[in-house]
Write a protein of this length. Structure first.
Ligand code: PGA
Ligand code: ZN
Length: 429
């Protein structure tokens, strides 16, 4: 049984406070922490922040910590950690609000993950195995990683409008080999960037991607192709992009120069023009997945683009992991994959439910990091346990990003001969 729950405020990878919790059972102490993103909408669960400008610029989480140490602790001490569902439900009932704003989704999530670790220990099975059991015993599988190579958008200081250019090592035979391909390509890219933009081009962004001073999609993609060419893995690596178009949608137009100090006003594109741009990019580069190609409220355009069937279309800001938005998107065929940001839901149980819903609809599932991360590696275990097929945890660089990828290396080793890396079947693992 859970004997004690103790939370504290720690700092995330951006140097902003977040919640960490230690949950005790007779098997030991189990720790977890909550990540944090740069939200582009209101459909996700609410991160509780103190708002007191005099402390951490208003970003403190002492109220969330207090909620764990007092209210949540009282509600769950004595419960059996194997019963994830009941623990999560107890917190949802205690919070009483739809978006978990009362206790804070950051508080609830950290406890939910720590309880999941305690549940695995209680059963004496690895965490991914416990998660697979909670989901009804699907076959576990190692996901294809989407490594961020170039960063832009809100996450970087350059003028590139799109948020991420990633590579997917679909042709690797094992996760470990995928990791090697990712790392080698990253370092070849770094060399190529340095040759062209000088050492300043190698400054990294929040998620570890390089952020050279490029402005166009093609300039970024050409650099990535150059790096891929240098590795010799040409047919084994595919490209994915996160456009995060909501960030530069002004009215009904997309401002591709939105970060440029000398906004020309010349680079506004309509939704139709964006469709043409994507079509050409998919023709000229091995792009297999596009995330948030349009504004989060532009259902018509995303439905139209998705219907063309050119590549996987992932809903991130469009859906914000919100079950109602996902249900609508499934019903309207608005996309065919979603980004699972566990902290937008708030509990492990709810994450499992939406993954089931997406899989029933034959959707792809991308387990995702947030721009503010910690060294918690839970995402690795959930991606294996739910056999999501895809994980996006940033560049193969920076500790908080590697916490997830390195855990996947360990899991693959532990599963041994029975381990299967999804490879070419990443879309429908
Ligand atoms: P966020 O970014 O964590 O800042 O929301 C992640 C993403 O856009 O995929
Ligand atoms: Zn995104």
């Amino acid at each position: 049984a859970i004997t004690k729950v103790r939370a504290r405020q720690i700092l995330d990878s951006r140097g902003i406070p977040t919640v960490e919790v230690d949950l005790y059972t007779n098997k030991g102490m189990f720790r977890a922490s909550a990540p944090s993103g740069a939200p582009s909408g209101m459909y996700g669960a609410i991160e509780l922040r103190d708002g007191d400008k005099a402390t951490y610029l208003g970003n403190g989480v002492s109220k969330a910590v207090k909620n764990i140490n007092e209210k949540i602790s009282e509600a769950i001490v004595g419960m059996d950690p194997i019963l994830q569902n009941q623990i999560d439900q107890a917190m949802i009932d205690l919070d009483k609000t739809e978006k978990k704003g009362e206790l804070g989704a950051n508080a609830i999530l950290a406890v939910s993950i720590a309880a999941c670790r305690a549940g695995a220990a209680e059963k004496e099975v690895p965490l991914y195995k416990h998660i697979a059991d909670l989901c009804g015993g699907v076959n576990h599988a190692l996901p294809v990683p989407a490594f961020t190579l170039i960063s832009g958008g809100k996450h970087a200081g350059n003028n590139l409008a799109i948020r991420e250019i990633m590579i997917l090592p679909v042709g690797a035979r094992t996760f470990e080999e995928a990791m090697q391909m990712g790392s080698e390509t990253y370092h070849h890219l770094k060399a190529a960037v340095e040759e062209k933009y000088g050492p300043r081009g190698c400054i990294v962004a929040e998620d570890g991607g390089l952020a050279p001073d490029i402005t166009s999609f093609r300039e970024g993609l050409d650099l990535v192709m150059e790096a891929i060419g240098r590795t010799g893995y040409t047919d084994k690596l595919k490209i994915a992009i996160d456009v995060a178009a909501t960030d530069f949608c002004i009215g009904s137009k997309y401002d591709l120069d939105f970060k440029s100090p000398k906004k020309s006003g010349q680079n506004f594109k309509s939704g139709e023009e964006m469709v043409e741009i994507y079509k050409e990019l998919c023709r000229d580069y091995p792009i297999v997945s596009i995330e948030d190609p349009f504004d989060k409220e532009d259902w018509e355009q995303v439905k139209h683009f998705s219907g063309l069937g050119i590549c996987q279309v992932v809903g991130d800001d469009l859906l914000m992991s919100n079950p109602k938005r996902i249900e609508r998107a499934i019903h309207e065929n608005a996309c065919d994959a979603f980004l699972l940001k566990v902290n937008q839901l708030g509990t492990v149980t709810e994450a499992i439910e939406v993954v089931k819903m997406a899989k029933d609809a034959k959707w792809g599932v991308v387990v995702s990091q947030r721009s503010g991360e910690t060294d918690d590696s839970f995402l690795a275990d959930i991606s294996v346990g739910l056999a999501t097929g895809q994980i996006k945890a940033g560049a193969p660089c920076r500790g908080e990003r590697l916490a997830k990828y390195n855990q996947l290396i360990r899991i693959e080793e532990e599963i041994g001969d029975q381990a299967s890396y999804v490879g070419e079947s990443w879309r429908h693992s």
